[in-house]
Write a protein that binds this ligand. Sequence first.
Ligand code: FAD
Length: 387
Amino acid sequence: MSWALIPLTEEQREIQRTAREFGKAEITPHVDAWDRAEAYDVGIVGKLAELGFLGMLIPEEYDGLGLDTATYLVALEEISAADASVAVLMSVHNSLPTQMILRYGSDAQKERFLKPMARGELLGAFALSEPEAGSDAASLRTQAVRDGDHWVLNGTKAWVTSGSHAGVILAMARTDTPGDRKGARGIGTFIVTPDLPGFNVGKKEAKLGLRASPTVQLHFENLRVPAENLLGDPHMGFIYAMQSLDNGRLGIAAQAVGIARSALEHATRYAGERRQFARPIKEFQAIQFKLADMATRVTASRALLYAAAAAKDRGEPITQFSSMSKLLASETAVWVTTQAVQIFGGYGYVKEYPVERLFRDAKVTELYEGTSEIQRIVIARELYAQS
Ligand SMILES: Cc1cc2nc3c(=O)[nH]c(=O)nc-3n(C[C@H](O)[C@H](O)[C@H](O)COP(=O)(O)OP(=O)(O)OC[C@H]3O[C@@H](n4cnc5c(N)ncnc54)[C@H](O)[C@@H]3O)c2cc1C
């Protein structure tokens, strides 16, 4: 699909080519098997690392590639077009835990965690949600209590992408006390490693889509976290998480564009091959109109995404644009994959063709890192903040 609206630099084209070829060679041949097995081969993490794709936004002084947001999103769209499950590990790692340590971490934390994360030796995860705290994440209950030179954490984190094999998990826990609750300003972010006593991986979710990506609960039972693993201010962890989600939502928008683009490409090809009533179905105007609408929405989603990425790289506030990008791209992904299934007819409903998986994978983009309802709340709130 044409990128003509977004003028890529030579470096961006090169990274796009690399990511596309990597997807074709290392992901596409396995994607159905991973989907059925509900697990990708974890060796894919090392392969992404070799390309530098787990340190794209981290400055070179911390062993990353030091690229801008747009370049990172170009690569992420390609990986998403190959497999949304692999893309989500890349998106979470690059957009959330690494960015949080880069922005709020101490020099020692950058040395110990950020550098190996940039090299892809430690995979990052982000543990904000809990079974009873999803959209209302500030109501989370996991409690952290200071005990000498440690913090002791108790509670359950839910839905943790890559939580079963991550080497570093940024986990939010209450640092206020039961008798003096401070809401969103009573939460800290802790750098948790799976070797700490009291860290347990709980149930793995059986999902509609994104099945190859492990989504797990984490149980903290008197988890002893060294005090030096607290990120920044003990009461600002939730604010750090929200600020980081501005980046994360651009990543999810790129994932959604990748899924939608892939569905459009498959549907366009199939409509040229499938014959009914003695002609290819692409000759029916009903099919042409669907493809035209799909292409228009994918192009609009990508254009908004790159405008938001450019604003971020200029250092401008992007909360509203990041929510708009995620909202438009995720609803586009769900709509476009639905149309793709329709164009494939009955063959769109079976696992023999990729649009069945794309249709299932698309839905999650409307749910995680803030549902579409939450994105609309953010966008509307910013309208009033600006007026
Ligand atoms: C595959 C997957 C991976 C995930 N990965 C991670 C991860 O790595 N880390 C992490 O921390 N979390 C992760 N999540 C959790 C995800 O962010 C939450 O599922 C999401 O925030 C929604 O929370 P909830 O599921 O509890 O839904 P709820 O908050 O219970 O929402 C239920 C419904 O009510 C609506 N709703 C809620 N509040 C309002 C309101 N004020 N106004 C209007 N409507 C409202 C919602 O939009 C939704 O439609 C993941 C989720 C999934 C499915």
